[in-house]
Ligand binder design. Structure first.
Ligand SMILES: [Fe+2]
Length: 233
């Protein structure tokens, strides 16, 4: 499938805007977020755990070429080990800081393995559209049962949950098909989940969707993105 690319200059600008937006809520990204590509290379030995867990900057237009229409900003702050999950003890968890811009769509998907709490940390309203699952496929005639901050809710097919700042929902693998976007403003979104593997664990309803964008190099990177690690380090 040919993939549209994002320009490196746009990725750099989105990083600067995201850092400023996230800081406005009193949340600060970890030190490695601010390494230049050269600093990352110089720290590569020490930073092996960052690279192997795919921590860091992640900006996607889902391969569709229009970030503001369909896209998501993510920063993986921490991420455990799939092996630990199998053992049932150890680092089983992950955390992301994300931004859904106003009316910026993250397409309908589910996860095979990851249970996730999606949290509105501040800004506008986070809308999450939900469907049930039948045999691994999004069933647009099927509703779901979810917990929002511990409250059980039975939802009709396609219900659009409206999460205000402070509110969250727990989404289970293979059960909750979800798409989301910001309404009334950009939203600082938190994700607390089980171990996360973005290379294999995102199942999109529309099979033409790609989890990662291609990159067109029109200026030097401000910071490396997770998909840069294989080529830049
Ligand atoms: Fe998800």
């Amino acid at each position: 499938m040919p993939q549209a690319s994002m320009k490196r200059s746009d990725l750099n600008r989105i990083m600067r805007e995201a850092d400023q937006f996230i800081r406005s809520f009193g949340y600060i990204l970890p030190p490695f977020a601010y390494w230049s590509p050269d600093e990352f290379k110089a720290n590569a030995d020490k930073a092996e755990a960052i690279v192997s867990a795919n921590l860091g900057w992640d900006i996607t237009d889902y391969g569709l070429g229009d970030f503001m229409d369909t896209g998501l900003f993510l920063f993986t702050v921490r991420n455990g080990k799939v092996g630990d999950l199998k053992k049932g003890r150890g680092m089983l968890y992950a955390e992301k800081a994300m931004i859904s811009r106003q009316d910026q769509y993250s397409p309908m998907h589910r996860h095979n393995l990851k249970a996730e709490d999606i949290i509105n940390r501040g800004g506008g309203t986070l809308v999450i559209e939900l469907f049930g699952d039948t045999n691994g496929k999004c069933d647009r005639d099927k509703g779901t049962v979810v917990f929002t901050d511990g409250i059980r809710r039975e939802l009709e097919p396609g219900h659009k949950l409206q999460l205000k700042p402070g509110e969250s929902v727990t989404l289970m693998p293979n059960e909750h098909w979800h798409a989301f976007w910001g309404e009334g403003g950009d939203v600082f979104v938190g994700e607390v989940s089980t171990v996360n593997d973005d290379m294999t664990d995102n199942v999109f309803e529309d099979k033409s969707i790609a989890r990662f964008s291609g990159i067109e190099e029109d200026e030097a990177p401000l910071h490396l993105l997770v998909p840069d690690y294989r080529t830049w380090l």
